[in-house]
Design a protein around this ligand. Structure first.
Ligand SMILES: NC(=O)c1ccc[n+]([C@@H]2O[C@H](COP(=O)([O-])OP(=O)(O)OC[C@H]3O[C@@H](n4cnc5c(N)ncnc54)[C@H](O)[C@@H]3O)[C@@H](O)[C@H]2O)c1
Length: 277
């Protein structure tokens, strides 16, 4: 049975780069999941052409049943050893600028929690889960991201969602609420990663979050380019620079790395701290 890695948002720019690195360096079969069938077909064809065993599965990460079907599909293809949760949309609300703050929040948060729950059950003999945070929670004051509500997510996830949605809707106009949805969701993912790592660590499962800086792709906007310019390295990141880190974290070389958030941001957060000194 081959080792399998599921990559959500796997047809996106970071997803495809990660699939190439993990598939080739770690000799894993890649199950690429995305909402876009056309993008999925293209990604799978590109991976197979590069000699990487790959399957595509169309799934919306906010739908718990589709997540369960996808994890079952991956488990039938081999031994599920990896999960990389990259599905997400920008705080602008995606290409059509029409989605609600709840959708921005849910794609990041439901996508992470549903997959972590389903995949950690399927990872009987250990494995690695990588969730995606961001620099954005480090750009706002700690304590301003509804942190007190996060423990509720582990007790009553539906109530947690309802309370977060209500707080988001009360937090400002549509664009402000979408921004907050992105930032609070990414802060929650860091919290949840730490919590989950302690639940599953004794089963040999590692859980890590990675905070990308401004990485080339459709999500990059003017404000992001400004941040990239003031970062330590003074430029945006390339998807393959993130992919190398995902592959390392997924490998046995990172066997003692869990329950932590690794910023791969070209020094954006460091530059902000420096400005305050
Ligand atoms: N690019 C950046 O600068 C940056 C920085 C920090 C964090 N991130 C996060 O990293 C992740 C990947 O970013 P990217 O630059 O590759 O973006 P991308 O837009 O290229 O890829 C995201 C993918 O997620 C998919 N997706 C969206 N909604 C989905 C859903 N409901 N179910 C399944 N798939 C869905 C999209 O179809 C797309 O293929 C995102 O979660 C993003 O928020 C990106």
């Amino acid at each position: 049975m081959p080792d399998v890695c599921i990559i959500t948002g796997g047809a996106g720019s970071m997803g495809l780069g990660a699939a190439k690195a993990i598939g080739s360096e770690l000799d894993m079969t890649i199950v690429v999941a995305d909402v876009s069938q056309a993008a999925l077909d293209k990604a799978v064809a590109e991976l197979r052409a590069a000699g990487i065993p790959a399957e595509g599965f169309k799934a919306d990460v906010t739908d718990r049943d589709q997540v369960a079907e996808l994890v079952a599909f991956a488990a039938a293809a081999g031994s599920v050893k990896g999960l990389l949760n990259l599905a997400g949309i920008s705080p602008k609300g995606g290409p059509d600028y029409r989605v609600s703050c709840d959708t921005v929040f849910d794609i990041a948060v439901k996508g992470t929690v549903y997959f972590c729950q389903a995949a950690s059950k399927a990872m009987a003999d250990g494995g690695c889960i990588i969730n995606i945070s961001s620099t954005s929670p480090f750009l706002v004051p700690p304590g301003s991201m509804q942190e007190a509500l996060y423990p509720l997510a582990t007790e009553d996830f539906e109530r947690f969602l309802a309370e977060m949605h209500a707080a988001l809707e009360a937090s400002g106009d549509e664009q402000m609420a979408r921004n907050n949805a992105y930032v609070w969701g990414r802060r929650f993912i860091i919290w949840y990663t730490e919590w989950l790592a302690c639940q599953v660590g004794r089963q040999g499962i590692r859980v890590v979050s990675v905070g990308p800086g401004v990485v080339d792709g459709p999500m990059v906007e003017e404000s992001g380019l400004g941040l990239a310019k003031m970062s330590a390295v003074g430029r945006t990141g390339r998807p393959e620079e993130l992919a190398a880190v995902y592959a390392f974290l997924m490998s046995d070389k990172a066997s003692y790395v869990t329950g932590t958030n690794l910023m791969v941001d070209g020094g954006i957060v460091a530059a902000l701290h420096n400005m305050k000194r």
